[in-house]
Every structure is written in structure tokens, then in C-alpha cells.
Ligand binder design. Structure first.
Ligand code: NAP
Length: 263
């Protein structure tokens, strides 16, 4: 859990986190609240979503959970509507919801898995951007959005084609959205984590041999913690990052610094 975040940083702002029912999203929701924002959390699992809100409230914050599947336009529309009904506006969004899909070579990948991965990881971010931007523009502009990409949004991964394609797509979407909205005062960036200790990483790298190999690709000698991504996202959404738009921030323990040969 995170320690130091400036209480004033997001004071008076309303922040949305998709995929806030666990992992990186949950940690970011808690940090947004600690920085003074009112927090809206979206995800499909209601009990976990309510748990995140309880954690936000335990830290003295205010939050709302809206059960949402980000791959469905109607549900994303309702999410933004409920956020605005409850808190009056939307200033910050972290489009973080995502799935790993099935990691397997392309020749064995099913069309269903490809479609599902792209629908949640890429179309989901596009839908969120669409409805968030409409609201922010209606408010007269200004706002900050961070999209969740990955190091696999910058390099490929054998056996991870759909996931990697979806995250590369997020990078293109981020740059285009930033260009479209730069003059309006809405900043849009992406974050690219290496492997972070969450249930997704547990599912992907639970086989000891695979775990050891992937760990050895992180020169820092460990995987990241959700709070290490959340801290960066809070900064990117704050006025301290006021000249940053259309960019990505890589937080990967050195994964991409070299030729990525496991040590
Ligand atoms: N952990 C890593 O190593 C790592 C590295 C780079 C990038 N990432 C990215 O970080 C993001 C968060 O992942 P995590 O590691 O924190 O894993 P996680 O704990 O599995 O979190 C994934 C989140 O996405 C939500 N989600 C999935 N499908 C959704 C849908 N259709 N609609 C709404 N929400 C949905 C899940 O909520 P529900 O199940 O309740 O819907 C959950 O809150 C993902 O985009 C992932 O690709 C992770």
C-alpha cells in the first residue's frame, strides 16, 4: 500500500478508474482519493468493487462503484452519466481495465479469444475515451486521462499476439486522442508497466520455470508493485505533469533498457 501522496494534489477533482476492482486499478483508486479526488470505480465484479470503495472510505475518501463492462458502449455511457449525477463532473480518468486473454501462438489462437481481448483492452479504452472526452469537453475542456498500455505495447511477445496488439493499439489511440484534444486542455497519456504483482501476473507466470525466466528479464531483480504504477498515474493526472500529453511512461524495472536478454 502507498504511503506518501500530496493530499492537495487532486483536491476537488472527480476521478474515474476502470478495472478498479483489483490490482493496479484498486491501488490507483485509493491513491486518487488520498490525493483529494472523489473516486468512481468501474468493473464487472460488484463485491470487489464495493470493497475498493470501502478501502477508499477507510482512508477518509468518497467513492462510487458502478458495475460496468467497458466493452459495451451502453454501459460506458451509463458509467459516465452516473459519475456526473453523483459528483457533478469528471476531471481525471484512468482507463485501466484489461484482460490477459489466452497466451498461445497465433496458429493456435481462437478467433473468440482475439475478439474478446481486443474488445476489452482496445475497444474498451476507445469507448471510455469517447464518453469521458465528451463530458470533459462539455465542461469547457481541461482534464487528464491515462490509458493503461504495457511494455507489450512497445515490444512484441511470442505467444502474446492479441494482448500485445491490443496494447500497441492503446498507444496509437493515446497519441491520436492527445492530438485531437491538445488545444482544449485535456491531456492524454499512457502508462507502460513491466510485470506487476497482481492476480493477472499470478495467472500468467505461475509456472516456476516461466516465473523465473520473466523475473530474470527485469534487471532490477523483482516485479513491480501496484502502488509503483499508481504513484506515477496520480502524478500524470496532476498539474505537476501539465506539459505531458500524447506520451507514455515506462515503469519496468529496466526491462526495456537493454536487449532484454535474461540475466
Ligand atoms: N500485472 C501486470 O504485470 C501488468 C503489466 C502491464 C499492464 N498491465 C495492465 O494493467 C491493467 C490492470 O491489470 P492488473 O494487473 O491490475 O490485473 P487484475 O487485478 O486482473 O485487474 C484487471 C482489472 O480489469 C478489470 N476488467 C477486466 N475486464 C473488464 C471489463 N470487460 N470491463 C470492466 N473491467 C474489466 C477487472 O475487473 P472485473 O473482473 O471486476 O471486471 C480488474 O479490475 C490491465 O489492463 C493489464 O493489461 C498489467
Amino acid at each position: 500500500m502507498a504511503k506518501e501522496t500530496n493530499k492537495q494534489e487532486l483536491e476537488g477533482r472527480v476521478a474515474l478508474v476502470t478495472g478498479g476492482t483489483s490490482g493496479i486499478g484498486r491501488e490507483t483508486a485509493i491513491l486518487f482519493a488520498r490525493a483529494g479526488a472523489k473516486v468512481v470505480v468501474a468493473g464487472r465484479r460488484a463485491p470487489e468493487g464495493k470493497e475498493t470503495i470501502e478501502l477508499v472510505q477507510a482512508g477518509g475518501g468518497e467513492g462510487l462503484f458502478v458495475k460496468t463492462d467497458v466493452s459495451k458502449a451502453s454501459e460506458v455511457g451509463v458509467l459516465i452519466q452516473k459519475a456526473v449525477e453523483r459528483f457533478g463532473r469528471l476531471d481525471v480518468a484512468f482507463n485501466n481495465a484489461g484482460i490477459e486473454g489466452v497466451w498461445t501462438p497465433i496458429v493456435r489462437q481462437s478467433e473468440e479469444d482475439w475478439d474478446r481481448t481486443i474488445a476489452i483492452n482496445l475497444k474498451g479504452v476507445w469507448l471510455c475515451l469517447k464518453y469521458e472526452l465528451r463530458q470533459m469537453l462539455k465542461q469547457g475542456g481541461s482534464g487528464a486521462i491515462v490509458n493503461m498500455a504495457s511494455i507489450t505495447g512497445l515490444v512484441g511477445g511470442a505467444g502474446a499476439a492479441a494482448y500485445s496488439a491490443s496494447k500497441h493499439g492503446v498507444m496509437g489511440l493515446t497519441k491520436s486522442a492527445a492530438l485531437e484534444n491538445a488545444k482544449s486542455g485535456i491531456r492524454i497519456n499512457a502508462v507502460c508497466p513491466g510485470v506487476i504483482e497482481t492476480s493477472m501476473a499470478d495467472r500468467l507466470f505461475r509456472v516456476p520455470r516461466v516465473h523465473k525466466y520473466v523475473l530474470s528479464s527485469h534487471p532490477i531483480g523483482r516485479f513491480g508493485r501496484p502502488t509503483e504504477i499508481a504513484e506515477a498515474v496520480v502524478w500524470m493526472c496532476s498539474d505537476r505533469a501539465s506539459f505531458m500529453t500524447g506520451q507514455s511512461l515506462v515503469l519496468d524495472g529496466g526491462f526495456l533498457a537493454g536487449p532484454n536478454s535474461p540475466s
